[in-house]
Design a protein around this ligand. Structure first.
Ligand SMILES: *Cc1c(COP(=O)(O)O)cnc(C)c1O
Length: 361
């Protein structure tokens, strides 16, 4: 069997040991004679898988007891609507940071439900920087403040958590959750699609402070109401059982491998090495992001001569380095280097980039 280094932004690479364990357990989970895929979500086997996954996530993220963890579907994109549907309440006002393509989508969706106030935007800088949250003026009686800690497409991230006082802070952590320790108590809601740093696509995790559950209007569809899912322990309807199970294997893998403190050290090392390669190329490769806000997870770069892009991507693929094409809205290249991308994968990419420059520079 040969494995390549997959730099996809999502669905993204998973730890090999997790895939191997899933493979071993594929047809007969723990001697019960069936695959996890075939189990009733209400049977004792799956309930034990679901409960362990939640317990392990709580441990790995140190989630306080007064937060609920929901295992939902619909992706982060559904949360763009669920957040306003559940939180906007009577004020019908919410504050949003606009720092990239995903913020913009969240804003567009929220605007269907009420007044969206953009408290800060880096749109005029083509989303290459993060506005200082300390200089923002939040709206009086805004129901919540929403931001995207890591913009997956632009490749930039906040270096601080905005201080919104008593107003609940909502974060789309799809592409940065589990990449480092985070103080969950600073947030009202954290949500994330699973396919970047958690597990397979199809699962969406929502971590919500308990006082923010049960605020949805009476015409809210049941499937969009946090209270419905919380009451049913994420089994109001059939949950994405297999994705939930594999996510659980990833949480075990994190706990076995030093947890989020270790992840943060490794992730910082990987990102630093790759940015150093870009910065020391004398302009052959460049990354457009203001340095303090460069993402640890998604590293976009362009070449001075973009006519070499095709050759770069083909050569990389031949060297076993795939999914490096930049997002269609940005062009160039993007290397997504989530938790499951080993340091050897980043080293191999750097080696290829240096070699390519020598041959084409
Ligand atoms: C990938 C991504 C999304 C979209 O996630 P879906 O699960 O496809 O809906 C939203 N926000 C961010 C920050 C992302 O990285």
């Amino acid at each position: 069997m040969s494995r390549i280094y997959n730099f996809s932004a999502g669905p993204a690479t998973l730890p090999l040991s997790v895939l191997e364990q899933a493979q071993q357990e594929m047809t007969d989970w723990h001697g019960c004679g069936m695959s996890v895929m075939e189990m009733s979500h209400r049977g004792k086997e799956f309930i034990s898988i679901a409960e362990k996954a939640e317990a392990d996530l709580r441990e790995v993220m140190e989630i306080p007891d007064h937060y609920k963890v929901l295992f939902l579907q619909g992706g982060a994109s559904s949360q763009f609507a669920m957040v306003p549907l559940n939180l906007m309440g009577k004020s019908r006002k919410a504050d949003y940071f606009d720092t990239g393509a995903w913020s913009a989508k969240a804003i567009k969706e929220a605007a269907r439900y009420g007044h969206v106030n953009i408290v800060a935007s880096s749109k005029e800088q083509s989303y290459t920087t993060i506005p200082d949250p300390a200089l923002c003026e939040y709206t009086e009686n805004a129901a919540y403040v929403h931001y995207t800690p890591n913009e997956t497409i632009g490749g930039l991230e906040f270096d601080t958590i905005p201080d919104t006082g008593d107003t609940p802070l909502v974060a789309d952590m799809s592409s940065t959750i589990l990449s480092r320790p985070v103080d969950v108590s600073r947030y009202g809601i954290i949500y994330a699609g699973a396919q970047k740093n958690i597990g397979p696509a199809g699962l969406t995790i929502v971590i919500v402070r308990e006082d923010l559950v049960g605020l949805a209007g009476s015409n809210t569809p049941a499937m969009m109401d946090y209270a419905v899912h919380e009451k049913a322990e994420s089994m109001y309807n059939t949950p994405p059982t297999y994705s939930w199970y594999v996510a659980g294997l990833v949480f075990e893998w994190l706990l076995k491998n030093g947890g989020l403190t270790t992840m943060a050290e490794v992730n910082e090392r990987k990102a630093t090495a790759l940015y150093d390669c870009i910065d020391s190329s004398g302009g052959f490769y460049t990354n457009p992001i203001d340095k303090p806000y460069r993402s640890w997870m998604n590293v976009p770069f362009v070449m001075a001569d973009s006519s070499l892009d095709g050759q770069f991507l083909a050569g990389a693929a031949e060297a076993g380095l795939v999914q490096l094409k930049g997002h269609r809205s940005v062009g160039g290249m993007r290397a997504s280097i989530y938790n499951a991308m080993p340091e050897e994968g980043v080293d191999a990419l750097i080696g290829f980039m240096q070699d390519f420059q020598v041959k084409n520079g």
